[in-house]
Design a protein around this ligand. Sequence first.
Ligand code: PMP
Length: 438
Amino acid sequence: MEIPEPRTVRAPRSERLFARAQRSLVGGVNSPVRAFLAVGGAPRFIVRGRGPWLQDADGRRYVDYCGSWGALLLGHAHPGIVQSIRRAAARGTSFGAATEAEVLLAEAVKRSFPSIELLRFVNSGTEATMSAVRAARGFTERERIVTFEGGYHGHADAFLAKAGSGMAAAGLPASKGVPRGATRDTILARFNDLEGVEGLFSRQGPEIAAVIVEPVAGNMGVVPPQDGFLEGLRALTRAHGALLVFDEVITGFRIARGGGQERFGVRPDLTCLGKILGHGLPVGAYGGRREIMEVVAPVGPVYQAGTLAGNPLAMAAGLSTLRALDRLLYARLERTSRTLERGFLDAARDARVRLHIQRVGSMLGISFRDGAARSFQEAKESDAAAYARLFWSLLDRGVYLPPAPFETAFVSAAHGPEEINRTIEAVQDALLEWRHNP
Ligand code: PMP
């Protein structure tokens, strides 16, 4: 992949901070994608956010479409959420003991996700998926799990797998440091390829503990499930005594209050949540059918624990967030996101740039290919260098997209007509420049 040298407004403070950061933090960052490797150039250091806006260390402002990778459905520094966190912090930051806020948030989660009868709070999406799979394996007393190429379920060893030779083969480690044994029981299938999954079940059904899937794939662009795909996974898992696990870390509270399961009407056995649930504070959750969750300690024999799990600040943020979610909010998000999508597409058409958008609600996948991608295989055909160019052209014009292709751009409820219009103007201007300077 050839990444163009970013032609960009200088950001001396961010650049200095990045140089300094690299002397004490691995790669200067605490999560790889923040280092801007996929788009080139120095990452912007952020000093504050408000509503849909970000401000960097050089005092430049951006309309933010990263939204802390989808966590900030209501925008930055939402006054009600900030106030609840402040109040909770004043009462104590952690007790390592049970609190009422955990009960209230658990009840609120259950109201949004009727498939969840019992749940457990953890500290991240990674912990949620890792623990859900452990519970699924404990409950079924089987070891194999099925995941999808291009899906992302956090960085637990079992998920850092790539396909072996042939779809039915054992997964191979996709990262150094992951032992072969950790991915041997991870089988990779193709998103939207129900026949492929059927084949896996016909050969290995009795060994498969669970299928784990993002109801809308959000880590390979935005790839919606084709009609019948999630329903098919539901039927197959049920027929073979395996569990269906929805990783709704992105989609939960995002594409509907009750996530993909509400939007598509498919009820999984287990659900993983994160991101919006803590609205920027570190939190995740996994939960589902009572009889399955009862395998988890202290009720059952599957061990899982956390010093800071159910942290009072995170619970307060979650409660405040969930209280703000109503139908009107999702209707507004849909309208705003549709306007933005149209703006991008019209600008691309006018400038004759081959830009494609796949959108589900406020999740937008921006790619450079013809037509919709149905799988990672197809999503990979997008021109990553073109994305990098778009990223920098828009950053220069005050719009912050996620700094890597295949990532989802998120619209928040704080994005109003002013920000959307500004963004569309920036896109028009950027793409017209491409036309004159291909
Ligand atoms: N599942 C999905 C679908 C995700 O997108 C992510 C993170 N982007 C995770 C799990 C992992 O969550 P976290 O980064 O909080 O560990």
